[in-house]
Design a protein around this ligand. Structure first.
Ligand code: NAD
Length: 572
């Protein structure tokens, strides 16, 4: 059993294991040389004898990997065009490794130029018929899609655990939060209704919502099902066609969604999936047929995509990075705060854009941090398929190294490492990308661990004296995705709500992500374009539709006047 250490000599047990049904073929373990902690040595590179070309998706609704066993002969990831999976003719491939073991899972193609063009052409060709399909027919397909996603819920979650690393239970939440967007999209007939008003005698104005044409989605690694499901349902139910690029680090869930969309009855070309990294993104940004881009990911890519896409005349919605703070007031329910923050800071190994990564401890609450460290150290860090795992590995060896170096920088800058997960690894998975829960206390705003998004299981804690100080500190941060306050006072919460700049506020709720009947409303540097275009809800429908207004006059009397009216009407 591995142990994490925290300041003052407290030990943390971590890593329970349990046997589970093995459906993927069991294979020999890694050679001894792979036990090295060196990044390159931890990873098995794809070679001709390891990989087999794509034939059909390896999993089904009832048969899918449920362990981190090495796959004997991993299979290439296909792409999806004209409602068919196809083997890529790529000459560049991106190896995808299980973050818990660094075993090879698949190779993801850098789609060729011909494949990228074929996907856009397919979406363009499908658009005229799809836009003329009645909204009720599109709704029926969406109902079927929702049912199929539910049937394949475990299969989708297993793909996420294998490729992304999060625990199976958490991966089920990833699927559900996307599924809820698809469920809400079933309300399209209501959401797409226009308005009509008689604006003058015999004259009325009507508004219509029309689809844009071909749209594109570019997705991050941390929610392999949820983010594609933020895009697929709303883009398509509104009558657009879609070319989607999943993260090259974990495209498996998106491929399963493509299969389910085809089964649900989406016509050929309405949804296409291509792969790759920057080259693919540039193609989407420059393709003249593409009218709108949905992006979720980090600031570097997102700001570039927003600028280049906008300069090319496209609509762009872009959700970016975050640094989410919680203000902790002495009058709060302490036990609730301890549990809520432990889950919100370390769940998904901190790789959530709404992870609660920063605490602002008001007054005496800083004395509670050792108790928080006790809760955090009780979390089980293990392979995501293991029974009882609370958090899994981080996505890559590079990410592990980056997170650890940010923890070290905090130490060098004078902060206190209250709980240190740097030397943690579970016994069963020595080659994975592990960082145990880490708490850094006495952090100051100039420190690198505060100014950068860490995106790992690391909680940074700052101290202030008053609520006003907490609000000022949170508002001084350039990000504004989400924030939370823990208090029992209604007036304190209301003061916080009125004065805070972050776009999503939790009152005694650590991760206040709105359900799809609302919209995901990040603010400041966490969303490009000043937050004008937000994902899902009515604003999501707005993003994917062009408004058209028609003013018509059907006069009840003959036109008898001989004189034209040249002044603007005054309605007097
Ligand atoms: P990322 O920006 O590295 O990658 C996102 C997508 O952009 C991928 O498909 C990738 O291929 C592409 N990409 C990456 N770099 C690029 C570049 N220079 N040029 C063109 N394309 C590029 O993000 P990630 O690491 O996959 O995801 C984590 C980030 O996403 C975090 O910053 C997190 O906060 C953010 N995120 C935000 C939200 C939100 O709603 N605000 C939700 C999830 C994740």
């Amino acid at each position: 059993m591995q142990r994490l250490t925290i300041a003052r000599g407290i030990n943390i047990s971590a890593g329970r294991t349990a046997s589970r049904l093995i459906l993927s073929p069991p294979v020999s373990t890694l050679p001894a040389r792979m036990a090295s902690r060196d990044t390159a040595a931890r990873r098995l590179a794809a070679t001709a004898q390891h990989i087999r070309p794509y034939s059909a998706l390896a999993s089904t609704a009832t048969s899918f990997p449920q362990t981190h066993e090495q796959i004997a002969q991993p299979q290439d990831t296909p792409w999806f065009v004209d409602n068919e999976f196809k083997a890529s003719k790529a000459d560049k491939w991106i190896d995808l490794h299980d973050p818990a073991t660094n075993n090879l899972v698949t190779r993801v193609p850098q789609s060729t130029d011909a494949e990228l063009r074929a996907a856009v052409d397919s979406a363009q060709k499908a658009f005229p018929a799809w836009r003329n399909t009645s909204v009720l027919a599109r709704q029926q397909i969406m109902f079927k899609f929702v049912g199929l996603v539910r049937e394949n819920w475990d299969r989708l979650a297993a793909s996420i655990t294998l490729e992304q690393g999060k625990t199976f239970a958490d991966a089920k939440g990833d699927v559900l939060r996307g599924l809820q967007v698809a469920e809400a999209a079933c309300g399209a007939p209501e959401l797409l209704k226009g308005e009509v008003l008689e604006v003058a005698k015999d004259m009325e104005t009507r508004s219509y919502r029309e689809p844009l044409g071909v749209t594109a989605a570019i997705c991050p690694f941390n929610f392999p099902a949820m983010i594609p499901l933020w895009c697929i349902p709303i883009a398509t139910v509104t009558g657009n066609t879609l070319v989607l690029k999943p993260s090259e680090r974990d495209p498996g869930a998106a491929m399963i969604l493509a299969e389910l969309a085809q089964k649900a009855g989406f016509p050929s070309g309405v949804i296409n999936i291509i792969h790759g990294a920057h080259r693919t993104v540039d193609f989407l940004l420059d393709a003249p047929e593409i009218k709108a881009i949905s992006f979720v990911g980090g600031n570097k890519a997102g700001e570039y995509i927003f600028s280049r896409g906008s300069a090319n005349g496209k609509r762009v919605q872009a959700n970016l990075g975050a640094k989410n703070h919680a203000a902790v007031l002495p009058d709060c329910n302490k036990n609730h705060f301890l549990n809520a923050v432990t889950g919100a800071a370390f769940g998904a190994a901190g790789q959530r854009c709404m992870a609660l990564s920063t605490l602002v401890m008001v007054g005496e609450t800083k004395e509670w941090l050792p108790e928080l460290a006790e809760r955090a150290k009780a979390l089980h860090v293990n392979g995501g398929f293991e029974e009882g795992a609370d958090l899994g590995p981080v996505i890559s060896p590079e990410s592990e190294q980056r997170i650890k170096s940010l923890i070290s920088s905090a130490e060098e800058e004078g902060a206190t490492i209250l709980l240190d997960g740097r030397n943690f690894k579970p016994e069963k998975y020595p080659n994975g990308n592990w960082v145990g829960p880490t708490i850094i206390a006495n952090v100051k705003p100039h420190m690198k661990c505060y100014t950068e998004e860490i995106f790992g299981p690391v909680l940074v804690c700052l101290n202030v004296e008053t609520l006003d100080d907490a609000i000022e500190m949170i508002n001084s941060n350039e990000y504004g995705n989400g924030t939370a306050i823990f208090t029992k006072s209604g007036s304190t919460a209301e003061t916080f709500r009125r004065n805070i700049e972050a776009g999503q506020i939790g009152i005694n709720v650590p991760i206040p992500v709105p359900l799809p009947m609302f919209s995901f409303t990040g603010n400041k540097k966490s969303i490009a374009g000043g937050g004008a275009n937000t994902f899902y809800g009515r604003p999501g429908i707005n993003f994917y539709t062009q408004q058209k207004t028609v003013t018509a006059m059907w006069s009840s009397a003959d036109a008898i006047s001989q004189k034209a009216d040249v002044a603007m009407p005054t309605h007097s």
